[in-house]
Design a protein around this ligand. Structure first.
Ligand code: PEP
Ligand code: MG
Length: 549
């Protein structure tokens, strides 16, 4: 075993929630595994086991629904949605039948059946390429633990006794785990698994808990009694630091808290550079909770409303009224303000349950974003119809994802013009996402059909470097701050200098890139809601007249 004891060790991970934290390490293992084997001395009765399983399922369904209501009220609506979805999964007819068969055909206890069937489902999802599917695997693990607890009459949770102020180190943070952290003021989280889009990331960002992931073999390399400095700004973990490092880090934490306080104080003010150029700072959102955080943090508008989150939780596509209701609810805090709604960007890293038939050998290069809507225009019409109902209350813009050729834009333009004239509405502004090198290199041919453009630098980087944005094995190739990306942005601005350009990829929130972006003609940034105050502060400290980039 490779445990770090006593001596200082520095480990590089991957930050999924920013910030700085220090504290005692608290190692958390999944201790459940041995509990549910069927005792050979008991008389086995398959019907009784099925009955036990049914009762446990009923019990946890009630628990999950109560939990979802409580979490929605007290913590976060998105997290609440996760528990609502868990109650649907545990009652899924296919899953229930598989469990029943496992008991009857293999003559095992309800607990063993849950363990093996859920493990099978979890593995299926974990083997899938897509990040969302992998998170589903985590959902199955979480439900399995809950169900087995109910069968074994175990109440309480292993994290119930986590001391306040410590640094939690565990392999993965399951949705249920997060609830205990919420009430235990955990300072930081260290994980082996968990990506930017995982539940763990969603929760830790939401609760402002710094989190570093990607720490291999975490439970064996971290000492249970160690002390940790978690630098989730630079993705560095220091275990057992010496006194000097600790003192220095404590001072950094203080400074960081002060900077944040100052940035928040000024966050509702507009942001002008030192030489008086105004730059709009908007927020990227996926649901209502993000929108509330965006408003609180001073976002001037919504620069990217990702609709996928709403579609992903559904087994059939929403109709116009359902979509409209969701959009109205999400955007209500931004009435009268600019809101940029991105048309559905599914496929590749964002697959949909009801589009499961779309199996392609290389989905990132297949039918995603606008390509899929061109093939299934009903998907597009429903969205446009719903968006047109919003124009009386919001300053709406529509953004097209994954534009590659001018025809992609023309297709949407034609549909929008037709539907708007049918309803006698002036069509909202239409914009193209520039997230493929082809779109950047042919921006002047796309420009006549749109009113604005927004760089999706996450995908632009993926496609420019031919490096999967989700694949840690090629992360050295994936560099969104590279000169290559700035060059593409510069080229677009050069070719169509009058076109309003914004950035809505992660690059917009990187402090070190902001001055460079503004000098290339960008006057609008859209970032994760909690980053709005610090991005505004960076703009205020930038002087476009100065020669330094
Ligand atoms: C992007 O690609 O930069 C972007 C903003 O879109 P998404 O991350 O949703 O693909
Ligand atoms: Mg994208």
């Amino acid at each position: 075993m490779n445990t770090i004891s006593g001596e200082t060790n520095i480990i590089r991970g991957f930050s999924i929630s920013p910030g700085l934290a220090e504290g005692q390490i608290y190692l958390h293992r999944d201790i459940f595994d041995a509990k549910d084997s069927f005792s050979q001395t008991e008389t086995y009765n398959a019907d009784a086991e099925v009955d036990r399983l049914d009762r446990a399922t009923l019990k946890i369904t009630e628990d999950l629904l109560t939990l979802a209501a409580r979490v929605e009220k007290e913590i976060d609506i998105q997290l609440a949605g996760v528990f609502g979805a868990h109650s649907a999964i545990v009652n899924d007819a296919l899953l229930k039948e598989e469990l029943r068969r496992e008991i009857i055909e293999n003559l095992v206890s309800a607990g063993s059946a849950v363990k093996s069937v859920f493990l099978r489902w979890e593995k299926r999802f974990l083997q899938m390429e897509s990040i969302i599917a992998r998170e589903k695997g985590e959902d199955f693990r979480d439900i399995s633990i809950r169900l087995r607890n109910a069968l074994a009459n175990v109440t309480g949770h292993a994290l119930e006794n986590i001391p306040p102020g410590c640094i939690l180190a565990t392999q993965r943070l399951l949705p249920t785990d997060t609830l205990f952290l919420a009430s235990r003021s955990t300072s930081g989280v260290l994980l082996e698994y968990g990506t930017m889009g995982s539940h763990a990331a969603l929760f830790t960002r939401q609760m402002n808990v710094p989190c570093i992931t990607g720490i291999s073999n975490i439970l064996n390399i971290l000492p249970a009694d160690g002390y940790a400095l978690v630098d989730a700004q630079d993705s560095i973990l220091t275990v057992n630091p010496d006194l000097q490092a600790r003192t220095f880090f404590s001072a950094r934490i203080k400074q960081y808290a002060n900077d944040l306080k100052l940035a928040k104080k000024n966050s509702q003010l507009p942001s002008f550079t030192e030489d008086g150029i105004e730059v709009a700072v908007n927020a990227n959102i996926g649901g209502k909770e993000d929108a509330n955080i965006a408003l609180e943090h001073g976002a001037q508008g919504i620069g990217l409303y990702r609709l996928e989150q709403f579609y992903i939780g559904r087994s059939v596509p929403p109709n116009k009224m359902e979509l409209l209701e969701e959009m109205n609810e999400t955007l209500s805090a931004f009435k009268g303000k600019p809101v940029c709604i991105r048309l559905l960007d599914i496929g590749s890293d964002k697959p949909l349950p009801f589009m499961g038939f779309l199996t392609e050998p290389n989905p990132a290069l297949g039918r995603r974003g606008v390509r899929l809507m061109r093939q299934f225009p009903e998907l597009l019409y429903t969205q446009l119809e719903a968006i047109l109902c919003l124009v009386k209350d919001y300053t709406v813009q529509i953004l097209i994802p994954m534009v590659t050729i001018p025809d992609d834009v023309l297709f949407v333009r034609k549909a929008l013009t037709k539907l708007a004239s049918q309803h006698d509405i002036t069509p909202p502004q239409l914009g193209a996402m520039i997230e493929t090198p082809a779109a950047a290199l042919s921006a002047s041919r796309i420009a006549p059909h749109v009113e604005f453009m927004s760089f999706g630098t996450n995908d632009l980087t993926q496609y420019a470097f031919a490096a999967d944005r989700e694949n840690i094995e090629v992360e050295d190739y994936y560099d969104d701050t590279s000169a290559v990306i700035f060059r593409l942005i510069e080229l677009v601005h050069h070719d169509i200098p009058k076109m309003p350009l914004s950035i809505c990829g992660e690059l917009a929130g990187r402090q070190e890139a902001i001055a460079h972006l503004l000098k290339l003609g960008i006057r609008s940034l859209s970032v994760a809601a909690p980053l709005v105050p610090s991005v505004k502060e960076t703009i205020r400290n930038t002087n476009l007249a100065s020669k330094m980039v």
